[in-house]
Design a protein around this ligand. Structure first.
Ligand code: ZN
Length: 259
């Protein structure tokens, strides 16, 4: 009897100790960078050249190369038009876009606001992470919605997730992402995440929100289980340390739940 109780006690304690493992770790691959979330201050890039003066972070190099190769194997011609950008390059791009809008007669504030939906203000661009690329079809290099109709883009939009990339600014998600529909901007999130996001049909912001909700629910279940294990362990310990060794005692609810 005592052996069985000891075993049960150890089992419960082990289960309680293992519970935190259920909690999902924060996934660096899903780091959110958007108009409301700047690149983390401690963000480090490990750049590698991919040709034509472009660089990306080493983390996505193999998958990017594999994706482009697979696309070319289909007889298509994807061209990387933009990749890693420094803070200075992003500042330049943003300033140019603000200037263009001001030239149309918008006020400084309006021009900045409108420009921000097209070129991310410095510090909020995924290109600065080194994990994003703009890819166009060789036959049509313009960054507009018609890009979606090109053969290379059609292939990329259907298959990028298989290589860990998501089309980051999908159609009809501008209100959530804060960025216009961009059928050319691919962000690396790793193959598992890309598959899950693809299956969910959500954009990154929505997907992270869903995860946060699940995390809250998991936390509540975990707290309830921990409380149960604590009560049960205490009850069993009490039974084990009785002078009569717990033999012949009745395991009623009061013994177990209210030591
Ligand atoms: Zn881009």
């Amino acid at each position: 009897m005592k052996k069985a109780l000891t075993f049960l006690l150890i089992l419960l304690l082990t289960a309680a100790l293992c519970l935190p493992a259920f909690a999902q770790q924060e996934d660096r691959m899903l780091t959110l960078v958007n108009p409301w979330n700047t690149i983390p201050a401690n963000w480090k890039v490990d750049l590698i050249h991919i040709g034509s003066g472009h660089r990306v972070d080493r983390i996505c190099y193999d998958d990017l190369m594999a994706m482009l190769e697979a696309c070319r194997a289909e007889g298509l011609s994807p061209v990387v038009r933009s990749s890693y950008r420094t803070q200075e390059q992003q500042e330049q791009l943003y300033a140019n876009k603000v200037r263009q809008w001001k030239a149309t007669g918008l006020s400084d504030e309006e021009a900045r606001k409108t420009a921000a939906t097209i070129v991310a203000p410095p510090g909020t661009s995924e290109h600065q992470m080194g994990w994003a690329v703009d890819i166009v079809d060789e036959s049509y290099r313009t960054l507009d919605e018609k890009q979606a109709e090109t053969a290379a883009q059609q292939w990329l939009m259907a298959h990028s997730w298989e290589y860990g990339f998501i089309l980051r600014y999908p159609v009809d998600k501008s209100a959530v992402t804060g960025i216009i529909y961009e059928p050319w901007h691919y962000r690396y999130v790793g193959r598992d995440n890309a598959k899950a996001i693809q299956e969910s049909g959500l954009c990154l912001e929505e997907y992270l929100e869903m995860q946060a909700r699940q995390q809250t629910m998991l936390g509540q279940v975990k707290a309830a289980l921990e409380s149960f294990f604590e009560d049960a362990s205490r009850g069993i310990f009490r039974l084990m340390t009785r002078k009569d060794g717990g033999l012949g005692t009745v395991l009623d609810a009061n013994d177990v739940m209210k030591p």
